[in-house]
Design a protein around this ligand. Structure first.
Ligand code: HH2
Length: 259
């Protein structure tokens, strides 16, 4: 899954693709590099990010979506706003990526009324404050139990299990230690019975480990993290650097297919 951020303030590429034509061109490049899904977002959810109005988010996302929908790659929309979920689905999005795991009845309803897939992500707190003091007794169990409950709620609302993807939400109300524990235990999330998505790309935890302050210098660390996530059972990798991630996966697949 290639990330397309149509925002002025995303943590790693804010402002680069605010113009719809540039965003769409970037998305097409990600497809050429081997992306199987595009994830378009119009609101940064980095720690401390400002909230974006529905009108503004709509102005950012829909023109890009309109250029990409109907192409040969499914398009996901990264939003927590039910109105935009509905409008994006009507404009051709085939997946909703919701960092609040369809926690509002309106968003459950927006997805239920469609054929779209949905990614349910775990987050402790809100982007504005989530990194202040994330606390868990057992992060793996708590995140997994939350996702199991959200899958159950989605199914009860009429969203079939084969449309659902679960994501532990790396960096969303988690310390570096929490993120590493989740990554090393990711295989346990397979028991949820849905596809698992992992989004570690360029995140601060990787910068801390590799000693890289600038997100764009975290490509190598991101590729390592994506490969570990795949080896631990993630079926969808949400990444900024598609070509580099593809190469790593190709090496792993070549080794796996040895007799
Ligand atoms: N991470 C980000 C945004 N959306 N969605 C899912 N399902 N999982 C993630 O890990 C995830 C996500 C943050 O990355 P990015 O979009 O590059 O940054 P920003 O939120 O600053 O736009």
């Amino acid at each position: 899954m290639g990330v397309v951020n149509v925002t002025p303030d995303s943590f790693s590429d804010g402002g680069l693709f605010l113009d719809p034509d540039r965003a769409a061109a970037h998305a097409r490049r990600l497809v050429e590099e081997g992306a199987d899904i595009l994830d378009i977002g119009g609101e940064s959810t980095r720690p401390g990010a400002a909230v974006v109005s529905l009108d503004e988010e709509r102005r950012r996302v829909l023109p890009v979506l309109e250029q990409l929908a109907g192409g040969n790659v499914p398009v996901s929309v990264d939003t927590r706003k039910p109105a935009l979920m509905r409008e994006a689905i009507a404009a051709g999005a085939s997946m909703v990526n919701d960092i609040t795991a369809l926690s509002s009845p309106e968003s459950l309803d927006a997805v239920r009324r469609s054929q779209a897939a949905v990614c349910l992500m775990h987050m402790q707190g809100e982007p504005g404050t989530m990194q202040a003091n994330p606390t868990y007794r057992d992060v793996v169990r708590e995140v997994r139990d939350f996702l199991a409950a959200r899958i159950e709620a989605a199914e009860a609302a009429g969203i079939a299990r084969d449309r659902i993807v679960a994501d532990p939400g790396f960096g969303f109300g988690k310390t570096a230690e929490h993120n590493l524990e989740l990554l090393s235990s990711l295989a346990e999330f397979r028991a949820l019975g849905v596809a698992v998505l992992a989004g570690l790309s360029r995140k601060a935890t990787l910068g801390r480990i590799a000693g890289r302050d600038r997100p764009e210098e975290r490509v190598h660390a991101s590729v390592a993290a994506a490969l570990i996530a795949a080896q631990n059972g993630a079926q969808i990798l949400r990444v900024h650097d598609v070509a580099a991630t593809r190469d790593a996966l190709a090496v792993w697949n070549a080794v796996k297919s040895q007799p």
